[in-house]
Design a protein around this ligand. Structure first.
Ligand code: FFO
Ligand code: ATP
Length: 342
């Protein structure tokens, strides 16, 4: 009996112990699983934190990139820029992608406006005798120059007295008086002059062969009439507009309010000349034509020191300047053609 109970109790204790051990093992197993979960959750979160930090870093980096990419740098530079070096010509085409960001360019346009009114004032106060003397000197320099004499096709402005522009009347008279008459075999210079089109939206250059082709426009400037002397619409005659002509122009005589000896030019603020010149340069490149020479005519008071003329990406530099003191070649093309006389 004793033995039976002793075996029974021992068996019970043993069973109990086994059950306890199993429960302990299950508990430990559960605990381990829980520990694993806690650990892995910890890893998960630390990953999220790392990822967030990385994302924040990337955002910061991209923010940094956004403010240091060439485009952004260009935008900042444009806002600060008043006078890029001429060597920046290569970057002009790049920064021209920023040209629509008028808010960035606003400070430069304001500086341009200030300089325009300053120059207008000094032109207004110019002594008429000095003006006329300078008009003659400038036109004489052009007429006597080999680069003018040799040019076959040119674009020139018809000077406007009220705008106080350098006179071009003698140049134009000389060109138009040399037009071939019936049966005349000599080759004259082909002259194109500006006309503002489509409600002052843009400017085109049309061929004229005499003053009869001209009418006064709303700005009081002489320009080619929409209909030519024979009653034909100028637009219908393809060779009449310089952009449609089959042969290249050699020379552009351009007006403006201020210039410098690096080739910067300040116009009257419509962008007509910059737009036309850059379009013509593209056309010449497409057709493999020699680029025309862009020459500005300037009174002495219109020549500014370096760094004075504010410049935007659309501004096209000129090749040379003619002042009463002489012709100033600026670009290699001008040095080449003005000095050698081709
Ligand atoms: N002789 C000449 N013809 C030309 C030009 C030029 O500058 N000169 N152009 C070249 O583009 C085009 C016309 N553009 C013009 C642009 C502005 C003004 C003008 O009257 N400007 C006044 C200011 C007007 C204002 O601020 O609202 C001025 O400069 O005093 C005239 C013509 C085409 N023909
Ligand atoms: N190539 C171009 N294409 C389109 N818009 C242009 C071009 N050049 C200039 N513009 C625009 O014309 C306006 C006047 O420009 P800006 O003040 O440089 O003219 P400007 O040089 O004084 O005039 P112009 O070239 O007729 O003598 C600006 O709004 C400018 O963005």
């Amino acid at each position: 009996m004793f033995l039976f109970f002793s075996f029974f109790f021992r068996g019970y204790i043993l069973t109990y112990l086994i059950i306890e051990i199993i429960l302990l093992l299950v508990f430990l197993n559960q605990l381990q699983k829980k520990k694993k979960k806690v650990w892995s959750e910890g890893i998960m979160w630390s990953n999220v934190v790392v990822q967030r930090i990385k994302a924040m870093g990337l955002m910061a980096m991209s923010e940094q990139l956004r403010t240091t990419t060439p485009t952004a740098v260009a935008a900042k530079a444009i806002a600060k820029q008043t006078h890029p070096p001429r060597a920046a010509a290569a970057s002009r085409s790049f920064v021209s992608t920023m040209s629509n960001h008028s808010d960035l360019l606003q400070p430069i346009f304001e500086q341009k406006m200030k300089l325009r009114s300053k120059v207008r004032k000094s032109l207004k106060s110019m002594d008429p005798a000095l003006r006329s003397q300078q008009d003659d000197a400038i036109q004489r320099i052009v007429l006597d120059s080999p680069w003018f004499k040799s040019c076959k096709r040119l674009c020139a402005y018809i000077s406007c007295t009220s705008l106080r522009e350098v006179d071009t009347s003698k140049l134009l008279a000389e060109i138009l008086s040399n037009q071939p008459k019936d049966g005349d075999a000599h080759i004259a210079k082909r002259l194109y002059v500006p006309r503002v089109e489509d409600n002052n939206c843009y400017m085109r250059m049309f061929h004229i062969s005499g003053v009869d082709d001209l009418v006064l426009n709303s700005m009081n400037i002489l320009e080619p009439a929409p209909v030519d002397y024979d009653g034909n619409e100028r637009e219908d005659d393809r060779s009449c507009a310089v952009m449609q002509a089959a042969e290249p122009v050699d020379l552009f005589l351009v007006p403006g309010l201020a210039f410098d000896k690096s080739g910067n030019r300040l116009g009257r603020g419509k962008g007509y000349y910059d737009a036309l010149i850059s379009k013509y340069q593209e056309l010449a490149k497409e057709r493999n034509w020699r680029k025309p020479l862009f020459v500005a005519l300037s009174y002495s008071v219109q020549i500014m020191d370096e760094g004075i003329i504010p410049v935007t990406p659309n501004d096209v530099p000129i090749d040379a300047l003619v002042s009463p003191s002489g012709a100033i070649p600026i670009t290699p093309a001008a040095l080449d053609r003005m000095n050698i006389g081709v």
